[in-house]
Design a protein around this ligand. Structure first.
Ligand SMILES: [Zn+2]
Ligand SMILES: [Zn+2]
Length: 400
C-alpha cells in the first residue's frame, strides 16, 4: 500500500483480521520498487499520494506488474476529475471515518481467490518489435490461465509471447513443470514461439500439446512439419521434455480442475474457439474469427452467439475497425465495433479485444481503447483492449 504514516497506522489495525502480507510504502520511489518486483493482489493508496503521484501510480500499476485490473482502494475524499478518470479501474473510495469499519471488509472481498488470465502476447499476424508498439506489445498470441488449486500450466496458443512466459517460469527455480497447451490453429502467429519455450528443454517437464485436426494431420504432424531443418534448426525430437500430442475434438473434455470444448471459428483454416470452464466460470478464447456484418456463413453467427452467451470472459479477435474491415472482408478477422455489438447482446460479462493488427501502433490502439472504455460498467463489468502483461482476475464461484 501507498499511504502517509498516520493513515498507515489506522489501516494496519483495519487489516489485522486478514492474514495478508502488507507492504507499506511512504513515497512514490519506494512504491516503484515494490511494484516492479511483485504483482500485488490489492493496492491501497492515500489521496495525498494520488494527488502527487496519481499518474505514476496508474502507470506503474499498469506497466510494472501487468496488473491493469488490480483492485484499488483509495483513502479519503477524492473528487479531482483528472485523477478519477485515470482511476477508472476497480476502485473503492473510503473516507477517514469509515476506514476501520469498512476497509477490512472491502479488502477481504477484493482478496477472494481468483482465476487469473494473463496476456503474454496480443498481436495478430506477425510480431512487431517496434518502439511505437511497445505499450500494447509486439508479441503474438499467448495466454496463460492460473487458478488457486490448479497446479499445472494451462496455456492457450504458442505465438511469440510464449517465449517470455517460458523465461518467467524458468526463473522460478527448478520445479517440475507439467501442463497443457491448447493451440487454436497452426498459423505462424500461434506457433512461432513454440520452440522458444524454455521448459521444453528440461527433461523433468511434461506437457501435452492440443490442436484441432488440420488438412495435413493433427498436432504432431503439423508441428513436426513446421520444425524441420529447412525452417528451424530444432526439430520436435530434440526437445527434452516429455511431450504428448493430442488432436483435439470439438466436444467437451473434462481435465479434472477444468474442462475444454471448442467451436470451429470462421477463419481460413480449422481454428478452435476454446471454451474453458474453471472455478464455476466460463472463459472463451477466440483470437482469430471473422464476425461478418451479414448473417453468414449460414448459421455460424447463431451458433457462435449461443456459444459465448453469458460467458464470464470473452477474449476476441478485433484486428480491425469497421472502416478497415471494409477492404478486408473474408480475411478471417473482425472489426472491434462488431465484436462489441455481438458481445453486448449476448450478455458477455467481461470483454477483452485482442489480435491487434501489426500496423496498429500505440497511438491508434490508445484511441481505440478510449472508445472501447465507454462501454465499461454498462453493459460489461470490464471491457478493454488486451495488452501484453495485463492480467484479468475473475473471483472463482466454485472451488477448483
Ligand atoms: Zn492469428
Ligand atoms: Zn489465423
Amino acid at each position: 500500500m501507498l499511504a502517509s504514516r498516520s493513515v498507515a497506522a489506522i489501516i494496519s489495525d483495519a487489516l489485522k483480521p486478514l492474514t495478508a502480507d502488507v507492504t507499506y510504502s511512504f513515497n512514490g520511489q519506494d512504491a516503484d520498487g515494490v511494484w516492479s518486483q511483485s504483482s500485488p493482489d490489492l493496492l491501497i493508496v492515500d489521496q495525498s499520494y494520488l494527488k502527487a503521484h496519481g499518474r505514476r501510480v496508474e502507470e506503474y500499476a499498469r506497466n510494472c506488474a501487468g496488473i491493469t485490473f488490480t483492485p484499488t482502494i483509495y483513502i479519503g475524499k477524492f473528487s479531482d476529475p483528472e485523477y478519477t478518470s485515470l482511476l477508472h479501474f476497480k476502485s473503492v473510495e473510503l473516507f477517514d471515518g469509515d476506514i476501520i469499519s469498512g476497509l477490512g471488509e472491502v479488502a477481504a472481498s477484493h482478496l477472494r481467490p481468483s482465476v487469473r488470465v494473463k496476456f503474454w502476447g496480443v498481436r495478430g499476424s506477425t510480431p512487431c518489435a517496434n518502439s511505437e508498439n511497445i505499450h500494447f506489445g509486439g508479441n503474438t498470441s499467448c495466454v496463460e490461465i492460473t487458478a488457486p488449486g490448479l497446479d499445472e500450466l494451462l496455456i492457450l496458443d504458442s505465438g511469440t509471447g510464449i517465449r517470455n512466459l517460458g523465461n518467467y517460469l524458468s526463473k522460478q527455480g527448478n520445479r517440475k513443470l507439467t501442463g497443457r497447451i491448447f493451440i487454436t490453429h497452426p498459423h505462424w502467429d500461434h506457433i512461432q514461439g513454440f520452440p522458444f519455450f524454455k521448459p521444453f528443454y528440461c527433461g523433468q517437464n511434461s506437457f501435452s500439446i492440443h490442436m484441432p485436426e488440420q488438412y495435413r494431420g493433427g498436432a504432431q504432424e503439423i508441428l513436426s512439419g513446421h520444425l524441420t531443418k529447412t525452417f528451424f534448426p530444432v526439430t520436435l525430437d530434440m526437445l527434452d521434455a516429455e511431450l504428448e500430442y493430442v488432436t483435439q475434438g470439438e466436444s467437451l473434455v473434462d481435465y479434472g480442475p477444468y474442462s475444454v470444448e471448442y467451436l470451429v471459428a470462421n477463419h481460413p483454416t480449422k481454428t478452435a474457439i476454446y471454451k474453458i470452464r474453471i472455478g464455476g466460470l466460463s472463459i472463451v478464447y477466440c483470437p482469430d474469427n471473422e464476425l461478418t456484418l451479414k448473417r453468414s456463413p449460414i448459421r455460424f453467427l447463431d451458433t457462435f452467439e449461443e456459444f459465448i452467451n453469458g460467458c464470464d470472459l470473452l477474449v476476441h479477435d478485433a484486428q480491425f475497425n469497421l472502416k478497415q474491415y471494409d477492404d478486408r472482408e473474408g480475411w478471417g478477422h473482425s472489426a472491434w465495433e462488431r465484436v462489441v455489438e455481438i458481445a453486448k447482446r449476448n450478455s458477455v460479462k467481461n470483454l477483452f479485444l485482442a489480435h491487434h493488427d501489426p500496423d496498429s501502433n500505440d497511438d491508434i490502439l490508445s484511441e481505440r481503447a478510449e472508445q472501447v472504455s465507454r462501454y465499461e460498467g454498462s453493459p460489461f463489468d470490464a471491457v478493454a483492449l488486451a495488452r501484453e502483461g495485463t492480467e484479468v482476475r475473475l473471483p472463482v464461484l466454485e472451488k477448483v
